[in-house]
Write a protein that binds this ligand. Structure first.
Ligand code: ZN
Length: 149
């Protein structure tokens, strides 16, 4: 694949220990553009859109945030918000910082459980990037859809 200089820089930033201590690619050896293309196809196949997913994650994050003292129930989901010190930046080098936080969600109907960060939501909405397989905050689109809808 012929890559632009910018794409090469982004790929480097995503590798282990560059911005995030755990990297955005995990054990995934693919180029991030290939990861994006595969996940976009999967979402299309499941008949959802990127915006639907990002809107829902924002809604759930806001609900979880309302209950800092512990888990909260929202519909069929149990949500919990964890806040950490510090901020993170986007590996695509957009300006701006994101709160270091984590939301856990468990769907009480099918028991699918996962977690995401505020940066995940930005990566999904703007870059259609769900991270590489094995990355700490990889969100498998199929599991994510099962969990949050
Ligand atoms: Zn970005």
């Amino acid at each position: 694949m012929k890559q632009t200089t910018k794409e090469i820089q982004i790929q480097k930033r995503m590798q282990l220990g560059n911005i995030s201590a755990d990297g955005f690619l995990g054990k995934d050896k693919r180029h991030y553009l290939d990861i994006i293309a595969e996940d976009e196809n999967k979402i299309l196949e499941l008949d959802y859109t990127i915006d639907q997913i990002a809107d829902r994650l924002e809604e759930l994050t806001a609900e979880a945030f309302k209950s800092p003292e512990g888990p909260t129930n929202f519909g069929t989901l149990t949500l919990d918000y964890f806040s950490y010190r510090g901020k993170v930046t986007c590996p695509f080098a957009d300006p701006g910082v994101y709160a270091k936080a984590k939301v856990t969600a468990r769907n009480t109907e099918n028991d699918v459980q996962l977690c995401w960060t505020p940066l995940n939501i930005h990566l999904i909405r703007k870059h259609h990037f769900f991270e590489g397989k094995g990355a700490e905050f990889r969100l498998d689109p199929e599991q994510l859809i099962k969990c949050i809808f």
